[in-house]
Design a protein around this ligand. Structure first.
Ligand SMILES: [Zn+2]
Length: 287
């Protein structure tokens, strides 16, 4: 049952509404900055079209996240503005990936789920840096500088180095750089395994009906689509997108865990009867 949170005539209304409107002012301000970049503007427009909402989340443990089931971006407010702009561009790219069917889902095998997580993260960060580079070109260098000083500074540096031969090769260099850091490659593993374990039943039910979705070089390439029609993964020179750089990096113990969950799902699938399959819960994955 829903109780009204506060009585509109109550004096405490001001205490409640002022911080809220300040949140909205901050969000509007960040969005207006993103719109100064052609790619940022396109991502904002795409998110608006698909009903993506942005909110301040003081409780969240992540600086920023995109939650697929609620189509919501959460941002921690206590980060410097210069960093938030890149973080917001990164999450808007996840929203774009979701709307275009590229995000992880209940139809990925456990291994593909992990590989798709890596690929979508690499793409989201590459595009975030593109937005910051466009803002620098428009006279606002602080957002790219924040990226160059942040946790993924190597990716921003790769973008600038690769970008000397053009935007497309800069994006590909940034995408590839994501995978070159071993700690980063395995950083999503714990979270991925937890999610897969929680959703093993739902994956079994969904894939009993629809089968597993492929995740091969052709599928990965779809991730590289940019507003305006270019595709940096298709147009850039480089290794095929399903080679060792993108796939390796699991310890034998980690591989056994992934295989274990895959076996568990296979066991559940073999016990599924198609007529008993109900609607599956939406995944509440945060990227
Ligand atoms: Zn992400």
């Amino acid at each position: 049952m829903n109780q009204p949170v506060h009585n509109p005539g109550h004096p405490s209304l001001h205490a409640l509404t002022i911080p809220l409107s300040r949140n909205q002012q901050s969000i509007d301000h960040w969005i207006s900055i993103l719109r100064l970049s052609p790619t940022g503007k396109a991502l904002v427009g795409y998110a608006e079209k698909h009903g993506v909402r942005i909110r301040i989340d003081r409780q969240g443990w992540q600086y920023a996240y995109y939650e697929a089931d609620s189509r919501r971006i959460g941002l921690k407010p206590n980060r410097p503005d210069a960093e938030i702009i890149g973080n917001l561009a990164h999450e808007l790219r996840h929203a774009w990936q979701h709307a275009s069917g590229q995000l992880t889902s209940l139809t990925d095998t456990p291994m593909d789920f992990l590989l798709r997580t890596r690929a979508t993260e690499a793409d989201a960060e590459a595009v975030a840096i593109l937005v910051c580079a466009e803002l620098a070109e428009a006279g606002h260098p602080q957002y790219l500088e924040a990226r160059l000083k942040g946790e993924m500074s190597d990716i921003a540096q790769a973008f600038l180095k690769g970008g000397k031969s053009g935007r497309i090769s800069g994006l590909r260099a940034a995408y590839d750089q994501w995978f070159r850091n071993g700690r980063r490659r395995s950083s999503y593993l714990g979270y991925t395994l937890e999610w897969l374990e929680d959703n093993a039943d739902a994956i079994a039910k969904t894939t009993s009906r629809h089968g597993f979705r492929p995740f091969n070089a052709g599928e990965i390439m779809k991730l590289g689509a940019l507003p305006g029609g270019h595709n940096y993964l298709a147009e850039s020179a480089g290794a095929p997108l399903d080679t060792a750089l993108y796939k390796d990096g699991l310890t034998p113990a980690q591989q056994r865990k992934i295989d274990g969950i895959a076996q568990e799902i296979e066991g559940k699938r073999s016990r599924q009867h198609p007529r008993h399959i109900g609607p599956h819960p939406a995944p509440s994955l945060r990227m």
